[in-house]
Ligand binder design. Structure first.
Ligand code: ZN
Ligand code: MN
Length: 514
């Protein structure tokens, strides 16, 4: 369904030369293919677990499309697809039907793909996301089921392969195709939509985003005069659009769309005509290139699949109980754990993260929210690590020590960094307590009336001796000079002193000696 949701483009777009680009808006619609995480394929009993196995070992007459073989629908796949449709607030159609989509390509062993065409499983849904101007409803045109084709492995360079091998282990994996209306207005919104969709599918337990190639996106993008697209769906003559095919990463979608915005804007600015084209995203270079559209433009000659009966699954919905979805969990986090709206959104935006947070929240929900959503995520991103490697118990111990006041915030970050480095390198790490002891990061408590041998008092004396200008500034009434001195003492104590203690000790010393 290449043009779902779009007014069909006129063959030649009308372009006014030297038009003000600021009067324009970006119009984006997505078609997303997700692999449903079932145990067996859509129409046969072969396993879906194909990634680590030898090519062409999980195949049978059905998924190879041998003559005389007959497909049978995987009930679990239909159930999963229904869960998706319900979570996306779709209407389940009373009767849906499988069709054959005919085209010739080596990854398609049968010469056709079994998909749904004019009678999809579900339609008219929506998903709410955080848009560029606040909460936004993105309409879902349709949700349908289809089988994955095989996989081509190109040998001898991705750009100009010497030859290609085909692996039919992937042929027949159940896919769900989700088509949105062109309601997205920026590459960033498109990324947010995908993140929300991913979270929703993972909460449903029907999808695993960590599996390579489990999500593939086609993105339609055009730049039109503001107001060209109104929500009644009536498009006026348009300037043409690009369809970027088969983007296989979440970041890739935003990158490809950002590239297209720049490319199309510059063409409009120069008064060039934008043909409606199919384009290909080159991940390694971050650009889209025009692709030969020979197999895209052809007539697929759809007709109903004669070997499968129509699906009448409306009443299945009653037996399906949806789990708590991201929006509900976000609300709950704000109520139950007093999370800020931003923390709640971050923490519930990923199922694993939400579960991780709930395993440590009891120590101190607000403290835990900050340390998981801000510090831990930041440090993981910096190291290009996933949350999965961090044992919740280790993080619990760390938070417990921090809450007990025996290390400072600064030392806590230090310990976390060391532990993450260990986890990255060895897959295991010290206990936070061992790490604190080994690095001597225990907090330096300054007792009342501390002697001059106290390490914090010593450091403060040094700082005063070494920074006469700051001391003079402070005495001249510039309070910010004290902050500078505090910073110096923190450095000397390797972040193990409490800033409040340092402040007090410094003030006392300056008072006494002044
Ligand atoms: Zn099979
Ligand atoms: Mn499709």
């Amino acid at each position: 369904m290449s043009d779902a949701g779009f007014a069909s483009p006129s063959s030649g777009g009308m372009i006014t030369p030297a038009r003000q680009v600021t009067d324009d808006e970006v119009i984006i619609g997505l078609e997303i293919h997700c692999q449903l995480d079932t145990v067996t394929k859509l129409f046969c009993g072969c396993t879906t677990d194909y990634r680590d196995d030898e090519p062409n070992t999980h195949v049978c007459p059905v998924c190879l499309g041998l003559p005389g073989s007959l497909p049978r629908v995987n009930r679990k796949a239909v159930e999963y697809a229904l869960r998706v449709a319900m979570a996306l607030n779709c209407e389940i159609l009373p009767e849906s039907e499988f069709s054959r989509k005919n085209y010739f390509y080596p990854d398609l062993n049968k010469g056709f793909q079994i998909t749904q065409y004019d009678k999809p499983l579900a339609a008219h849904g929506h998903l709410d996301i955080e848009g560029d101007d606040g909460e936004k409803r993105v309409r879902i045109t349709r949700v349908h089921m289809e089988e994955d084709p095989g996989r081509l492995v190109h040998k001898g360079g991705a750009d100009r392969p010497k030859y290609s091998l085909v692996d039919y282990n992937r042929a027949g994996i159940p896919l769900i195709e989700i088509v949105t209306e062109p309601d997205l207005r920026s590459p960033k919104e498109a990324r947010r939509f995908l993140n929300k969709l991913r979270a929703t599918l993972e909460y449903l337990g029907v999808f695993d985003s960590e599996k390579e190639g489990s999500l593939r996106v086609d993105a339609n993008i055009s730049i039109q005069p503001k107001g060209w697209f109104d929500r009644t769906g009536k498009g006026k003559p348009d300037r043409g659009r690009a369809e970027v095919k088969n983007i296989s990463s979440y970041k890739g979608v935003e990158k490809a769309l950002t590239f297209e915005v720049t490319r199309q804007k510059s063409m409009i600015r120069r008064g060039q005509k934008l043909e409606s084209t199919t384009r290909h995203f080159v991940e390694t270079r971050g650009v889209t290139t025009a692709s030969r559209s020979k197999e895209m433009e052809q007539d697929y000659r759809y007709f109903p699949e004669p070997d499968l009966r129509p699906l009448r699954v409306c009443d299945w919905g009653a037996a399906i109980v949806l789990p708590e979805l991201p929006d509900a969990r976000r609300e709950r986090f704000m109520v139950q754990y007093a999370c800020t709206p931003i923390h709640a959104r971050t923490l519930t935006g990923d199922l694993r993260l939400a579960e991780f947070y709930e395993k440590v929240a009891d120590i101190d929900p607000v403290l835990a929210a900050t340390w998981v959503a801000d510090t831990l995520l930041g440090e993981l991103n910096y190291r290009d690590m996933g949350l999965a490697v961090v044992p919740p118990d280790v993080f619990r111990d760390l938070l417990t020590i921090l809450k007990g006041g025996t290390i400072t915030d600064k030392s806590c970050v230090e310990v976390l960094r060391v532990l993450l480095d260990q986890l990255k390198e060895a897959g295991c790490c010290d206990t936070p307590g061992e790490c604190v002891d080994r690095l001597r990061l225990g907090v330096l408590v300054v007792p009342a009336g501390a002697s001059s041998e106290d390490p914090v008092v010593c450091a403060a004396k040094e700082a005063i001796a070494e920074n006469s200008q700051a001391v003079a500034d402070y005495r001249a009434g510039r309070r910010e000079a004290l902050n500078f001195l505090v910073g110096q003492v923190m450095k000397k104590t390797r972040g193990c002193a409490k800033p409040s203690d340092v402040n007090r000790v410094l003030s006392d010393l300056l008072e006494r000696e002044g």
